[in-house]
Structure formats: structure tokens, C-alpha cells
Design a protein around this ligand. Structure first.
Ligand code: PMP
Length: 305
């Protein structure tokens, strides 16, 4: 993977190689940080990068900060300005991924959230596909359970909670799958290791509600809007039982990294007839145009760099 060239660090944009923290940093030792993941898409005709829904990403990022008692004295607008400044220094002519990260910056021992220094950094890197076979992925159901709202809130993008995601992902890949779905403590489908789930069943598009220990995905929200407005589908937010995914017609996963990734096999069972279904196909086409600023109806989601 390419390294970033620059980073916003201690209030300035500096070479990435100079943006360093000490090994005793609280966030590194205890997972007391929060982050975001935003994509910028290269539009070949316009010769520009368009960042997708930065204000929504920064709103969620600041909510994650609130959960972890991190006070950055920033707004979604001021963070977007930092993003613009960064990408005006660190110029890319390709698809990129932008990572804002806030963390407890004290170099001290002691597990807590209060009375510690908060710090913030942001960097961008070139980024392509996350799951290679994004039209025919094979998923399993993880034996790990999703972190619960009263353990580490999945609603926040908290660095420490991604140990849960990493356990889910590595065990799935080592067992020969592309990724895994993970169940809540009650045994309902929550989401994937780092992506939300949608299922087509009996003509409705169904996704777990925000109360099923999901990260409230920006891509999830985008897909709900596109499915309702463009495909006139009925979208239902309700708990999904594990066995529903073995008998439904289509499954696809959504997220900044995975975009719209189609799952055609679950635990060696075909999903529907085992190939990408029509709803997933149509939403992939719509989404690809919207994120690359090729659909004027959704131009308010595209920030031109
Ligand atoms: N769930 C988890 C656990 C994630 O890490 C992500 C990626 N940020 C998502 C869902 C998808 O969220 P988004 O569409 O906002 O990227």
C-alpha cells in the first residue's frame, strides 16, 4: 500500500514522515480514538477529484468524538476546510481514501477518558477496491459476536472496537471466505466486519435498524435513498434472522471501502440463484455514477477539489 505524502498534524499540513506520535500515546495503548473513512473519486472527464458526502462523514465523526469525550473544537464545516487544504497540498488524480483520526494524545498510563489531551490528524492515500470479487463475494457467519451498544458502542467509529472487526475479518479470510456477517448478542444479523448489509426478500429491500449494533453507514443511507427515489423500492429497517439470509433473493454489502459489494454465496450456499441479482446490479450502476459526480440530481453530495 502507498504511504500518504502529507498529513494534517498539530494544526498544520506537514510531510507524512514527520507526523509521528510517541509509543506511550494513550490512543495507541488503549484504543481511545475515533476515526472516519471517506472516499474521493477521480472524474476523468472533468479531471477533478470529488469527495463523497464529507459533511455527513464529519457529523458522524464528531458524534463519535462525543461518545469518547474527545473535544476537538471543530465543526463539520471546519473539518471540511481542513480536508480541502490537505487535498490542495496533497494533489491526487486518482481515487483516494481520506482518514480523519482523533485520539487521546497523553503519553501516560491510566485507563480513562477524562482529563486527557485530545488530538486530531488527517491524511489521504490512493485507494482502489477493498474486496476484489465485488460482484461474487463468498461470506460466512462469524463465530464472533458484534460489540454491543453497552460494551463499546458500534454507532461510534471507535478505534478500539475495530479489534472486533479484525477478529471477524481474519478468521473469515483464513477459512477461505471473502468476509463475514456478524450476529448481535440476540443472534440477529448486525452487519459485516466493516460494512452494512442489505437483503432482498419478498420484493422488499431490508436492512437492520440502527439499534442492531451497526455503524450508521453513510453508504447505507445513500443506498436507502437511491433505492426509494430511483428504483421505487420499499425499504424496510427491521431485525434480520440468521436463517433469512440463506433463503433470501439477494444480499449486498455497503460501505465507503466496499462500496456496493454483492454476496452470491453464504456458507457455501448460493444466495438466490447464485449470481448478482437485478437490484444489486442497478444500485451498483446508480451508486457508481452518483459518487463520481455524474448524476446532477445528487451533486449536493459531491465536493469538488
Ligand atoms: N460498519 C462498519 C463497522 C464500518 O466500519 C463501516 C465503514 N465505515 C460501515 C459499516 C459502513 O459505513 P460507511 O458507509 O459510512 O462507510
Amino acid at each position: 500500500m502507498d504511504l500518504p505524502r502529507y498529513a494534517y498534524f498539530h494544526g498544520k499540513i506537514i510531510p507524512y514522515s514527520e507526523a509521528k506520535i510517541g509509543v506511550a500515546t494513550h490512543g495507541l495503548n488503549y484504543g481511545t480514538g475515533v476515526f472516519g473513512g471517506i472516499r474521493g473519486y477521480w472524474n476523468e472527464e472533468k479531471k477533478k477529484v470529488y469527495v463523497f458526502r464529507p459533511l455527513d462523514h464529519f457529523r458522524r465523526f464528531l458524534n463519535s468524538c462525543r461518545l469518547m469525550c474527545i473535544d476537538l473544537d471543530q465543526t463539520p464545516e471546519s473539518l471540511t476546510q481542513i480536508l480541502l487544504d490537505l487535498l490542495h497540498s496533497d494533489v491526487y488524480q486518482q481515487d483516494i481514501y481520506i482518514r480523519p483520526l482523533a485520539y487521546k494524545a497523553d503519553e501516560s498510563i491510566g485507563v480513562k477518558l477524562h482529563g486527557l489531551i485530545d488530538d486530531f490528524t488527517m491524511f489521504a492515500i490512493p485507494f482502489g477496491m477493498y474486496i476484489k470479487n465485488d460482484t461474487s463475494a463468498h461470506f460466512t457467519v462469524s463465530s464472533w459476536r458484534r460489540v454491543d451498544d453497552n460494551m463499546i458502542p458500534a454507532r461510534g467509529k471507535i478505534t478500539g472496537a475495530y479489534a472486533n472487526s479484525a477478529l471477524i475479518k481474519t478468521d473469515a479470510v483464513r477459512a477461505g471466505f471473502d468476509d463475514a456477517l456478524v450476529l448481535t448478542q440476540e443472534g440477529h444479523i448486525s452487519e459485516g466486519s466493516a460494512m452494512n448489509i442489505f437483503m432482498m426478500r419478498n420484493g422488499s429491500l431490508i436492512t437492520p435498524p440502527a439499534t442492531e449494533n451497526i455503524l450508521e453507514g453513510i453508504t447505507r443511507r445513500t443506498i436507502i435513498e437511491l433505492a426509494e427515489n430511483e428504483l421505487h423500492l420499499k425499504v424496510v429497517e427491521r431485525p434480520i434472522d440468521r436463517t433469512e439470509i440463506y433463503i433470501c433473493d439477494e444480499i449486498f454489502m455497503t460501505g465507503t471501502a466496499v462500496q456496493v459489494t454483492v454476496v452470491t454465496q453464504i456458507d457455501h450456499r448460493p444466495v438466490g440463484n447464485g449470481v448478482m441479482g437485478p437490484v444489486a446490479g442497478e444500485l451498483r450502476r446508480l451508486f457508481a455514477d452518483v459518487v463520481r459526480a455524474k448524476n446532477p440530481r445528487y451533486a449536493h453530495w459531491n465536493l469538488e477539489i
